[in-house]
Design a protein around this ligand. Sequence first.
Ligand code: ATP
Length: 140
Amino acid sequence: MKKQFAIIGLGRFGGSVTKELVEQGADVLAIDSDRTKADEFRDIATQVVIANATDEQVLRELDIPLYEHVVVAIGNDIEASILATLLLSEMGVKHICVKAETDHHEKVLKKIGAHRVLHPEREMGARLAHHLLSANIVDY
Ligand code: ATP
């Protein structure tokens, strides 16, 4: 059986995760509260829903507790990111991966049950630095 993925927030990060998962053959439920954003993914994700992820009833109606992996990719609205993560944690989602904006945000996310917390820009920056350094070593 295919793994089930739900991505909440279809900005650059969540959108990119969604596209890559679909390209690799996964089933992806894509959720965004913004209609325009959701519409962008109509032909990409397996299922697209316009919904507010901070609404517990909505998450239950979407059967979110049955998804093995849920990614919270809400950036600017830290309150929404925290509340959505808390609901997922309370629902017993097995793997909750959340994009964090700040160290404080990360600390709270870990406390309330996020299994993995990411800082995409920081991590990409560090990877690029390593890449540049290793390229330099080869150049010499
Ligand atoms: P990125 O850097 O990945 O582009 P960002 O960090 O700037 O994103 P936002 O643009 O604030 O983050 O949020 C990403 C997406 O999450 C947006 O498309 C927004 O509509 C969606 N979003 C925000 N709040 C909610 C919510 N409560 N429920 C569902 N989606 C939401």
